[in-house]
Design a protein around this ligand. Sequence first.
Ligand code: GRG
Length: 298
Amino acid sequence: MNEKELQSYLAEASRDVEQALDRLLPMRQISPEAAIYFAMRYSLFGGGKRLRPALFFAALEACGAKRDAYLDVAAALEMIHTASLIHDDMPEMDDDDLRRGRPSCHKVYGPAMALLAGDGLFIHAFAVLSRPLPGAAPERQLAAVREIALRSGLGGMVAGQAAEWDNMTRPVDQGLLEYISRGKTSALLIAAVKAAGLLAGADGEKLQALDDYGLHAGLAFQIIDDVLDVEGDDATLGKPAGSDEERGLVTFASLLGCDEARRQAEAEAEAAVAALAVFGAEADTLRAFPPFFVSRRH
Ligand code: GRG
């Protein structure tokens, strides 16, 4: 699959997941809590590449399952990702005013409503995930939900963010930086592809391959994120460029320099593709993502 084909795959995945999001989180304009619906939907429908749902669909394809029965799972992954972005942008964390090319949620709705919007999306994702999926064996669904919960919480995103926050004033080496990135970024990618494998009944070898794929693809993605923060501009990124340096954050770009960081991102992308050796041509869509993570401009 070439980059143009991947772009149309991403566009189709976005359409599918946005329809599901609209169905699962409709506007409730006439209610005392209407403000939280405005805030959640503002962030959910404010652009975004929809990479986690797309990776989930591609992993279903690799494991021989069709996406139609599992659209709600893709939507839940995007709710969790969006919740983490809302909280990440808040003044108490990264304090970023811009996200996906628009003012961050807290700039429009205020910090209290942004906090609640993140909470609401994160928790609603699990309400969606725990509803019986027609056609899915309950034990497979339970395993997938558990995978997503662990990877977005203490076995992944929350832990990575806490490790980053708590080590801000200490010397950070590459080992610690990788640990943080495995949590902050790889974990939700692993959750997306492994949840697909678990729902599709993939065997242990394939589940491990998906785990390795998500880990390396996530590192490639994060390294390039750091490079783009140095080399990119606000308009292309849709968020403030140079914010890592402004906050004095140690990143792959500041630790290694942009050229070496790019080389390491390429190596991680290759490792991600190599992890899929156990799959045949049915994983070709999944194989197209890591090179795109390295060549992307935003
Ligand atoms: C689960 C509510 C909740 C919180 C977890 C705040 C937090 C704790 C974690 C932050 C994790 C974080 C923001 C990691 C950065 C990952 C990353 C590189 C995000 C950018 O992803 P893209 O480029 O974004 O896919 P778009 O906008 O395209 O969706």
